[in-house]
Design a binder for this molecule. Structure first.
Ligand code: SF4
Ligand code: SF4
Length: 208
C-alpha cells in the first residue's frame, strides 16, 4: 500500500503515548519479536502487531484505527513478555482499540468487527451481576450483532447447535448455559454488587 505523506497524522503517536498503556510506543525498534511469538499469526498469517506499531509511529491513523486485525488479538500478552524494549505491545494494541471505538463514535471510521459489541455485553453482565451471565450476554450481543431480535435469536441457536452442543455433550454446560440441565438460566449474583458498581463508576470517572 503506497503511503501518501500528506495523509499522515504526526500527532497520532502522541494520542497513543498519552493513554495509559501506550507510554512506551516510541521505544519500538521494529525487531519483530512480537509478531514471531504471536499465536494468532499461526491462524491468520497476515496478522502483524509489529506492522500495526510501525504504521502508528508513521501516523497512518485512519488505516490503523479501521484495521479489522486489531480485533483478533487474543490479549495473551506473549508479545508484551517477549518485547526487548518493554513496549507493552498488548496494552498498546488495547489503547489503539479504545481510540478506534472513540473514532467510530465520532463518525470517523467504521469498525468491521462484532468484538466491541461482545465486550460491551460482557461488561454489562459483570457490572450488573458481579460475574459473567452467559444468557444475559447472548441476549444483548446477538440481536445487536444481527440488527434485530429475531435474527439474533436465529444466529444464537446456530452457534449453540455447533459449539454449545459439543460442550453440552461433554457435560460442560446445560442447553441454557451454566452447568447442569437448566442451571445458568437465571443470573447468579455476587453478594457485594455495590463494590462492583463502585469499580465501574471509578473507571467511568477515569475515562472522562
Ligand atoms: S518486539 Fe517490541 S521492539 Fe520488537 S517490533 Fe515488537 S514492539 Fe517493537
Ligand atoms: S497479545 Fe495479541 S498481539 Fe500480542 S501475542 Fe497475544 S494475540 Fe498476539
Amino acid at each position: 500500500m503506497p503511503i501518501k505523506t500528506w495523509e499522515l497524522d504526526p500527532n497520532f503517536k502522541n494520542e497513543i503515548l498519552n493513554e495509559q498503556g501506550g507510554e512506551h510506543l516510541t521505544a519500538c525498534y521494529q525487531c519483530s519479536t512480537c509478531t514471531l511469538g504471536c499465536p494468532i499469526t499461526e491462524l491468520v498469517p497476515s496478522y502483524n502487531p509489529r506492522k500495526i506499531i510501525q504504521m502508528s509511529l508513521l501516523g497512518m491513523r485512519t488505516e490503523v484505527l479501521s484495521n479489522p486485525d486489531l480485533w483478533i488479538c487474543a490479549i495473551c500478552q506473549t508479545c508484551t513478555a517477549r518485547c526487548p524494549q518493554n513496549v507493552v505491545v498488548g496494552d498498546v494494541l488495547a489503547v489503539i482499540r479504545r481510540l478506534a471505538e472513540k473514532a467510530e463514535e465520532a463518525g470517523e471510521i467504521k469498525i468491521e468487527s462484532p468484538r466491541p459489541l461482545f465486550e460491551t455485553a460482557f461488561l454489562h453482565t459483570v457490572e450488573k451481576y458481579g460475574r459473567l451471565y452467559d444468557i444475559g450476554l447472548a441476549m444483548e450481543y446477538y440481536p445487536k450483532r444481527e440488527g434485530s431480535f429475531v435474527a439474533g435469536q436465529k444466529a444464537m441457536m446456530n452457534d449453540y447447535m455447533g459449539f454449545g452442543m459439543r460442550m453440552f455433550l461433554k457435560g460442560k454446560m446445560g442447553p441454557l448455559g451454566g452447568h447442569g440441565l437448566f442451571k445458568g438460566l437465571l443470573a447468579s449474583k455476587i453478594k457485594q454488587r455495590d463494590v462492583m458498581e463502585k469499580i465501574f463508576k471509578w473507571v467511568e470517572e477515569k475515562e472522562k
